[in-house]
Design a protein around this ligand. Structure first.
Ligand code: IVH
Length: 667
């Protein structure tokens, strides 16, 4: 049995690795997230039943489990030097001249690539396994953040090249992921990160790898060296090709340039196109391609002579702050926004920028009427970089953060230790609207055509006050709404009706309980199987569920303990909204018997044949009435007769009920 289990475990690993590569490196996933989760879950379960099968490159090892106290400092095998950099073409020409001079008339070429605005990391592989991931630190020594690095799914944990290798590259976050994450942090009352780079750097230093695993870190490699010097590459270009072959993410935008003019073209092209990338770059790195020539050129105390960074200038414009307005989010967080005199900057017109929170405004002393410099730096998100104090009017006044909600006028509060002000009035129109929008959104109840504009009208016209009211909507008043006709109103009603059959996990997510994201909603649905069970769960019970921490558990209990919330849920139930785990979303059972045939014979001591048959089928196996060479197992009870004899004759594995129960993990 163990060898069969082992086979399944191996094939699951191979499958997951393949899907990780397609998803995280090639950006071409070919299975659904759900299917992927199923594979991973099956592997986690099999490994937890058989810990002896766990290997250090198993995809399950990315999830991270142990809390580390602090990261040890380790010396780099080769120092991680910095790059000399320049903002000017003239200095590039000068760099090229020096390279030519030092190479004494030999021909040379460059590779140009993007300068990622992230965090540099060094990865050491031994015997084909990732053994260490270290931050740049001071260049000589860095912090060993291997546990966190392992959570980044595009970084291979093992590879076929068995020589001792060092891979370097950049850990970063995509802008969209970053903004979504920041939004969640703001909603949760946590401080927002300033930009994707800071956020990546901060994340790598978190002491809890589980938390890291939930952050959207990405990786691009740009350097590969064998630590066995005899096995090295001829050119940088070849090493990038080898990185690709070894399944590392390598940014396609690298190019061999024959001379400095081709280098200029590359720089110009990416300075213009950088906004089209999903992540931030702050320049171009220019490297002499031939590795021998790199060695000839050597390095100064700080940086190699064979490479230089051409940095893009931050794009700036100045404009006037017309006002500071406040936005109220779903959980009541009040965020300030600067309303600007529209100004065109690097491809788009900007009329609003976030001011994050009260502290940000105070530190920069931003005032209404000020002329400010806005900037799209390495990051393409515009921000206020400074106030032009010399243009400030003498009459201007420091901004004081209002103490009342701009929508419902109730007092707002700032919890101890949090950066954000909050409106605690659950019945605040702004919160009501945002909650309903969230409930209808695609990842939640997925009700089409119920976006911001329609929700606003429905709330403003007092047609709905909470999510349950949606199910009481009639056709006629809908037709009256702006930009709504008979047909779209009917579609809307149909969409609402359809959403009654949405799965339990989506419903739980749709309720908008603080800290309950899609993943936790799934965990909760699978565990409780019905909404009423979840509603009466205690903190202790919630804490037993894998993936549910203290913060989430408390928040769930608090949510259902609120009588207003339970009343809304009662209304949802009476309207006929599904609150049970349906078969399609039923708990997934590991398919350990997939492709296997069982024959049952004799009377089993404790279980009926039907029960056992069901257990086999649920796990992907089949049962048959007669023994043949194709039979994998004969499960024999008392008074088993001719079938048992036949099994012995054919050498088919014979097991008893007890062994069977062990196989399914129930003994
Ligand atoms: S190569 C010896 N390539 O720039 C040269 N670095 O100032 C090793 N960086 O710490 C670096 N993109 O974080 C190289 N395509 C790229 C890069 C890159 C970003 C960063 C890296 C390094 C810094 C050097």
């Amino acid at each position: 049995m163990n060898s069969k289990l082992n086979d399944r475990v191996k094939s699951l690993r191979a499958l997951i690795d393949q899907h990780d590569y397609k998803y995280y490196v090639l950006n071409q996933p070919d299975i659904s997230d759900e299917k992927y989760d199923e594979l991973l879950k099956e592997l986690v379960e099999l490994e937890s039943l058989h810990p002896e099968l766990i290997t250090r490159n198993s995809p399950t090892q990315r999830v991270g489990s142990d809390l580390t106290k602090s990261f040890p400092t380790v010396p780099h095998i080769e120092p991680m030097m910095s790059l000399s950099n320049t903002y000017s073409k003239e200095e590039l020409v000068e760099f090229d001249r020096r390279v030519g001079e030092l190479l004494e008339g030999h021909k040379y070429e460059y590779v140009c690539e993007l300068k990622f605005d992230g965090v540099a990391i060094s990865l050491i592989y031994e015997n084909g396994y990732l053994v260490r991931g270290v931050t740049r630190g001071d260049g000589e020594k860095g912090e060993d953040v291997t546990v966190n690095i392992k959570t980044i799914r595009s970084i291979p944990l093992s590879m076929e090249n068995k020589t001792r290798l060092e891979v370097r590259g950049e850990v970063l976050m995509y802008r969209d992921d970053f903004m979504a994450m920041n939004q969640r942090r703001i909603e949760a009352g946590e401080a927002a990160f300033a930009n994707p780079r800071n956020s990546s750097a901060g994340t790598l230093k978190i002491q809890d790898p589980k938390e890291v695993a939930g952050r959207p870190l990405k990786f691009f490699s740009y350097y590969l060296r064998s630590l066995d010097p005899s096995a090295n590459f001829k050119s940088h270009f070849d090493s990038l090709k080898e990185l690709e072959r070894l399944k590392f993410p390598v940014m396609k935008a690298h190019r061999v340039c024959k001379d400095i003019h081709q280098v200029f073209d590359f720089c110009k092209e990416w300075e213009e196109k950088r906004g089209t990338l999903p992540f931030d770059i702050d320049g171009v790195v220019i490297k002499v391609n031939n590795i021998r020539q790199q060695e000839t050129l050597g390095a100064t105390a700080k940086s190699p002579r064979w490479a230089i960074a051409y940095k893009f200038k931050a794009q700036q414009a100045s404009t006037k702050v017309l006002g500071i307005t406040l936005q109220v989010g779903r959980t009541g967080v009040v965020s300030p926004v600067a309303e600007l005199e529209p100004v065109f900057l690097a491809g788009s017109t900007i009329s609003r920028v976030t001011l994050h929170n009260e502290d940000f405004i105070r530190e920069k002393d931003i005032r209404v009427g000020d002329i400010v410099v806005i900037e799209k730096g390495g990051d393409v998100i515009p921000k206020i970089s400074m106030v032009m104090l010399e243009k400030r009017l003498p009459s201007s006044k420091r901004y004081t953060f209002p103490k009342k909600c701009p929508v419902c006028n109730s007092e707002i509060i700032k919890p101890e230790g949090e950066a954000a002000w909050r409106c605690e009035n659950m019945t605040c129109d702004a919160q009501i609207k945002k909650r309903i929008e969230h409930f209808c959104s695609r990842d939640a109840m997925d009700i089409e055509n119920l976006g911001e504009a329609v929700v606003a009208q429905l709330v403003d016209r007092h047609l709905i006050r909470d999510v349950a009211d949606l199910y009481l909507l009639q056709l006629e008043p809908l037709i009256e709404l702006e930009r709504m006709g008979q047909k779209s109103a009917a579609n809307l009603i149909n969409g609402i009706e359809r959403s009654k059959h949405q799965s339990l996990e989506k419903l739980i997510y749709a309720l908008g309980i603080r800290f309950v994201g899609e993943e936790s909603a799934k965990d909760l649905a699978k565990y409780f199987k019905a909404l009423d069970k979840l509603m009466s769960a205690s903190t202790d019970e919630l804490l037993q569920i894998q993936g549910i921490g203290e913060r989430t558990a408390n928040s769930v209990v608090q949510f259902f303990g609120n009588t207003k919330n339970s009343a809304v849920i009662q209304k949802l139930m009476s309207a006929g909204v599904n609150t049970k785990l349906t078969s399609s979303s039923a708990e997934h059972v590991p398919q350990i018997f997939s492709g296997k045939t069982f024959v049952l014979t004799g009377t089993l001591p404790t279980h009926s044949r039907d029960t056992v048959k069901k257990m086999i089928e649920e796990r992907g196996g089949k049962t048959s009435g007669s023994v043949s060479k194709k039979t994998d197992f004969v499960l024999a009870g008392e008074e088993a007769g001719s079938k048992l004899a036949k099994a012995r004759e054919l050498g088919v594995t014979i097991i008893d009920e007890n062994e069977f129960m062990k196989m399914v993990g129930k003994a």
